[in-house]
Design a protein around this ligand. Sequence first.
Ligand code: ADP
Ligand code: MG
Length: 239
Amino acid sequence: LEVSGLSKHFGGLKAVDGVDIAVKRGSVHALIGPNGSGKTTTLNVLSGLYKATSGKVVLDGTDITSMAPHQRTAAGLGRTFQNIRLFRSMTALENVEIGAERPGNTMIGKGDEALTERAMEALTFVGLGSRANELISSFSYGHQRLIEIARALASNPTLLLLDEPAAGLNSTEKLELHELLKRIAAQGLTILIIDHDMTLVSEAAQHITVLNFGRRIADGESMAVLRHPDVVSAYLGSE
Ligand code: ADP
Ligand code: MG
């Protein structure tokens, strides 16, 4: 993923302001920064929910800057949301099937059975295959996050955008999430993850981009970035 000079302004508020991000194929790349620094807005522009004020987004050599969200999904982009967005009156499997139905998926045209099979595969991958037919409301918050990840995986993305998947998880669930991220990466998927858990971020990501007030203030190899004085002061304040 090549993001260059990306901006998203809401009236006078420069939520994202000229940001560059280069995510290497097959890597886990973290996007971090204090609350309100523009992380979710960046993801919303990348997935096409918001139109960029300026800048360019290239995925796998294709310029997706002006594409509609469903076209980006077809181009290989999958995402989860900071605030869980599942259909609560439907089962886990039904929710994940929606992800498998993306245009351009080789599954389309092979009938409902293939869709169900792909969705089951994704649910099983996140460890919830045995509960496929339960309603969303019967799942814990942590498991609902896993179902969102399964829905994204069901579309066979090449790039997965995760917005705070560890938020609200207990320590056991966080360890499970960490394991899952490793297994996703081992499948060759590229991951761009937003999270506040620095242990998770430093262990899971090879590369970190840091935003503050909509601007990129640091970028590079994880440990070096976390020691960067500007990053330390953005998080902890200066002395
Ligand atoms: P983060 O995810 O880093 O916490 P956000 O991207 O959610 O930050 O928000 C960045 C800034 O943009 C904040 O000041 C927020 O209030 C503002 N913002 C986000 N979405 C909108 C919107 N739809 N309309 C107006 N302002 C917004
Ligand atoms: Mg956010």
